[in-house]
Design a protein around this ligand. Structure first.
Ligand code: SF4
Ligand code: SF4
Length: 320
């Protein structure tokens, strides 16, 4: 049985919503079949007031084993490093996190705000937000670079805005069943099993990408969203087109460009206003090319690809 404590900092509850929508396994399956015991969760926990404080203090004292501390939302340090803007159970949330992370066997950061600071940490960052072990791309964050949980792991980062339900449940199951050693973390402490490949892997529009057949309207059922609509699929590490959302689809399959929500820079607010869904170009060439592609080769390839495009590459395959 693995005791899980889930707390929220500077959060919108999006990752909680995602978690509660998990299907295979569902949250109920986690409890009945996978040995997860939810000690407390903001939407599920029954304890309030003194009872909740007692529960938290019992974890800190070791009276209750804290196997997995899940954190959703940013660590709020404002004002002036006190954390008083985000009080919880009678003290700054960051003080609870500091002590609980010190005793937890594993710490899991769920969603962009907990991993990198996310939207709350956007400049000018009035809430002085940061992620548990990163601030955007910089290692460190609230717990510091050297932090290791009691089991000897850094904070396990599951980014996304929100994270896919399966990414959350499958990591919890891997920990609860002692299989985390089989999972390799990348340089940002993301499990490679979900974040090694790009969003583009498995996208149904790959053929349109290859032939430079572009879609310039949302929800259009043919054409790639990279050339005009700013799709970040080729630069974003996620498994959204391998492990589908609701087991059915993904943003790009539905004609919505990938916004790059699993990357530390999300939401890319340095883009000029009104240009999020517009591919930035210099002399007709996208400013940001797919990761690993050389500019010269790209230019050559796209000219040839467009000329070689077969007529069927522009057919709407959903209309007979
Ligand atoms: S729509 Fe996006 S993810 Fe899909 S092929 Fe085009 S660039 Fe790649
Ligand atoms: S498709 Fe892109 S923006 Fe959408 S959830 Fe996946 S990584 Fe995030």
């Amino acid at each position: 049985m693995a005791n899980v404590l889930w707390l929220q900092g500077g959060a919108c509850s999006g990752n909680t919503m995602s978690f509660l929508n998990a299907e295979e396994p569902s949250v109920c399956d986690l409890v009945t079949d996978f040995g997860i015991n939810v000690l407390w969760h903001p939407s599920l926990g029954m304890e309030l007031g003194d009872n909740l404080q007692r529960l938290l203090r019992n974890c800190i004292s070791g009276e209750t084993d804290l196997d997995i501390l899940v954190f959703e939302g940013s660590i709020v340090n404002a004002p002036n490093g006190t954390g008083a803007w985000n009080r919880f159970a009678d003290r700054p949330m960051k003080d609870w996190v500091q002590e609980l992370a010190g005793v937890a066997k594993f710490v899991v950061a769920v969603g962009d705000c907990a991993t990198w600071g996310g939207i709350p940490a956007m400049a000018p960052n009035p809430s002085e937000s940061e992620g548990l072990q990163f601030l955007k791309r910089d290692a460190g964050g609230f717990l510091g670079t050297d932090y290791q949980s009691q089991a000897g792991f850094p904070v396990i980062n599951i980014p996304g805005c929100p994270a896919h339900p399966d990414w959350i449940t499958q990591i919890l199951v891997a920990i609860a069943t002692g299989r985390l050693d089989d999972i390799t973390l990348d340089e940002f402490n993301r499990p490679q099993t979900f974040f090694k490949s790009f969003t583009q892997t498995g996208c149904t529009r790959n053929i349109h990408f290859a032939y430079k057949s572009s879609s310039d309207e949302f929800s259009q059922r043919t054409g790639c969203l990279f050339y005009d609509l700013g799709c970040r699929g080729p630069m974003t590490h996620s498994s959204c087109n391998r492990i589908l959302w609701n087991r059915v689809s993904s943003k790009t399959r539905a004609g919505m460009p990938c916004l790059g929500c699993t990357e530390p820079e999300f939401p890319f607010h340095d883009l000029a206003p009104g240009t999020v869904f517009k591919t930035q170009t210099i002399m007709g060439v996208p400013k940001e090319l797919p990761t690993g592609v050389n500019k010269k080769d790209y230019a050559l390839l796209t000219v040839v690809a467009k000329d070689a495009m077969p007529a069927w590459a522009e057919d709407d395959i959903f209309t007979v």
